[in-house]
Design a protein. Structure first.
Length: 260
């Protein structure tokens, strides 16, 4: 399923805390001033640029630390916490070993938001930071629609946007590159299943997405699902994961160097 959002639809879903952090703003007056300037900028480009979401909800089941897509038998391998003070969690733990579902998604913005403002350094930075916020806002809005309608496992959900940003909804939306899913090469597997080019996303050799203002990941509906930090893993798990990914260990090491 492919969705397109105009900017005005997503503005209420923007998490401004990250915007303020990017500008290194701490004073409340400066925060409000920059937010006002940002909202004026967004209003000025309304109708010129859009954000896009792409998602599939597929039948799946877990097998060890892998999630198996029923339709084609493809595997999504994951990593498990190994540190002594951890819960020893793996994202596959939140998928049943029998019949279940998992969501796959990507969101992005029109590439012009990152390329069309090169003549003005201030506008360029403003556009790039807001593009990031819009891609995240698109993921928030899409996930809300998935929970309530397309997947429908939380039809009666009645959360404010602030509560959504505090992740009070049922289930989780782990994104590639974040602590529970740090391996950016997972994007190659997601791209194979989603066809990210449908919304203008291409991947670099490292699995990074272009436009930079893009988000990808999974959606899980398990009531007990929660986020966790993978932390450090040992060579034993690196080798097992590389085998499940069907990649050379040294190649896999490049993507997980921060976790080794």
């Amino acid at each position: 399923m492919k969705l397109t959002y105009d900017i005005s639809t997503l503005v209420p879903y923007i998490n401004w805390a990250y915007f303020y952090f990017a500008w290194q703003l701490k004073d409340e007056a400066n925060k409000q001033r920059m937010r006002s300037e940002a909202e004026s900028f967004l209003a000025s480009i309304q109708g010129k640029y859009y954000a896009h979401a792409l998602f599939y909800i597929v039948d799946a089941h877990a097998e060890g630390d892998d999630i198996i897509i029923e339709e084609n038998g493809k595997r999504l391998p994951f990593l498990r916490q190994q540190e002594a003070n951890s819960e020893f969690l793996c994202l596959a733990d939140f998928i049943s070993g029998e019949a279940d579902k998992v969501g796959l998604f990507a969101t992005s913005v029109d590439a012009g938001m990152e390329t069309d403002f090169d003549d003005d350094p201030y506008e360029k930075m403003m556009a790039q930071l807001l593009a990031d916020r819009l891609a995240e806002a698109a993921a928030e809005r899409m996930h809300e629609e998935v929970r309530k309608h397309y997947w429908g496992y939380a039809k009666d959900e009645n959360l404010s946007i602030h509560d959504m940003q505090l992740e009070k909804f049922v289930g989780i939306r782990p994104a590639v590159g974040y602590p529970s899913l740090p391996d950016t090469s997972m994007n190659f597997l997601l791209d194979d299943l989603l066809g990210m080019q449908q919304i203008g996303i291409t991947l670099t050799e490292s699995g990074a997405m272009r436009p930079h203002a893009s988000v990808s990941g999974l959606m899980m509906d398990h009531a007990e699902a929660h986020y966790f930090n993978l932390g450090r893993i040992g060579v034993d798990q690196l080798e097992d994961y590389a085998k499940r990914r069907q990649m050379p260990v040294n190649e896999m090491r490049k993507f997980l160097i921060a976790n080794l």
